[in-house]
Design a protein around this ligand. Structure first.
Ligand SMILES: *Cc1c(COP(=O)(O)O)cnc(C)c1O
Length: 385
């Protein structure tokens, strides 16, 4: 089977991980800070807090911003469930904002309407979490203007978009957000097996997230109350978690960061081939927003009404042909768990419903060979021609 995405592991990556196994520190050594430094250098952000997944990063990001019972997080329904779940971990509520029909990211026109209504009824969100779907950033400067006008925080779910740019900055620089989160799951742009990071320019938020990832425990003399108790002494000052990244993961991350630009460039090369070769077919191809460079985590194609077959039939035909296509994503509110939580209506998100009815993610990753890509294109032509 040709997968829709796959990690690239080099001999150098393997050597770095082996070196950790032979070293003194498997956790809480020098590699995690080195990985955080590499992420700061790449994005230009002030602080990076590495953790064991993007899900953990979202959880501590929301907590650091004070999210709790009675608050709301607003996000896109076309995302992985974790973006919304992390709000529920904090006893907060979730509302879904429909997506833009071209970029498939949070629709800012719709958001603006919802904010005006919410202001009138006194139920404004505490946090809006845009999802940079497929690797392309949401329109962050416009979102930041709305955040200022309505007084909410912004947490970017940039799980798909390390290596992407927005304007003259890198995604993750937090120029227009409080916190930005990346995932390093193997299918994403770079990997640490499992892993994630939260970036921020706010020293207070960074300190809070640093505590929350490690039990709320600290030895920082600035944070503890006792005077000179002894060399063994630490204090728990928050209720935190064990969300730490290991040295093995961080060593892999440092080694992968060296090839980040190469990975993104390889994705662009392959996407350009799809753009050209699929142009005449009854498909809506990914839209490239101006003034941005996507990390191209995914290449979602939407089956249009004039196609000779529907999404399901095309999906099954591609799977039968040995192409492990996928769908990103099922609208979160359709999940049985969210149905049980209640309060969500598909009618609120007609664009997300339409997207979900048509979308297929076709293979896109740095090691996708010319032969395999040509085969994918041939299969699409055969089915759609
Ligand atoms: C992968 C992903 C996550 C979760 O990342 P983990 O590192 O697996 O916890 C969250 N949001 C989106 C949009 C993702 O694609």
């Amino acid at each position: 089977m040709i997968p829709y995405g796959r990690q690239n592991i080099s001999d150098a990556d393997i050597a770095e991980v082996l070196a950790v196994l032979k070293s003194d520190y498997l956790t809480q050594g020098p590699r995690v800070p080195a990985f955080e430094a590499a992420l700061r250098a790449h994005t230009g952000v002030a602080h990076a807090i590495a953790v064991n997944s993007a899900t953990s990063a979202l959880h501590i990001a929301y907590l650091a911003l004070g999210l709790g019972a009675g608050d709301e997080v607003w996000t896109s329904p076309i995302t992985f469930v974790a973006t919304a779940n992390a709000a529920l971990y904090c006893q907060a509520g979730v509302r879904f904002v429909d997506i833009d029909p071209r970029t498939y990211t949070l629709c800012l026109d719709r958001l603006e309407d919802m904010l005006a209504e919410a202001e009138a009824s006194g139920r404004l969100p505490k946090i809006v979490a845009p999802v940079h779907l497929a690797g392309q950033s949401c329109d962050m400067s416009r979102l930041a203007a709305l955040a200022k006008r309505y007084g909410f925080h912004v947490v970017e779910d940039a799980s798909h978009s390390i290596g992407a740019s927005y304007g003259d900055g890198k995604v993750g620089d937090c120029r227009y957000s409080d916190i930005c989160v990346f995932s390093f799951h193997p299918v994403k742009i770079i990997t640490t097996a499992e892993g994630g990071v939260a970036t921020t320019n706010d020293a207070g938020l960074a300190q809070k997230m640093d505590l929350l990832r490690s039990h709320g425990v600290t030895r920082d003399p600035g944070l503890i109350s006792a005077q000179d108790e002894g060399g063994w002494y630490y204090e728990q000052v928050e209720l935190g978690f064990n969300y730490r990244m290991t040295e093995l993961q961080a060593a892999l991350g440092v080694s992968q960061m060296v090839r980040l630009e190469e990975f993104v460039a390889a994705r662009h090369d392959r996407a350009r081939v799809y753009d050209r070769e699929l142009a005449g077919l009854p498909l809506q191809l990914p839209y490239q927003a101006e003034g941005q460079r996507s990390a191209l985590h995914l290449y979602p194609i939407l089956v249009t009404d004039d196609a000779p077959l529907d999404r399901r039939t095309l999906f099954d035909a591609l799977r039968t042909a040995g192409i492990a296509v996928n769908v990103h994503y099922i609208p979160v509110y359709q999940q049985p768990y969210y149905q049980r939580v209640g309060g969500f209506s598909a009618q609120d998100c007609p664009v997300a419903e339409d997207y979900y009815a048509r979308a297929i993610s076709i293979p896109l990753f740095p090691d996708l060979t010319e032969t395999d890509q040509s085969y994918v294109i041939d299969q699409l032509r055969r089915n759609l021609g």
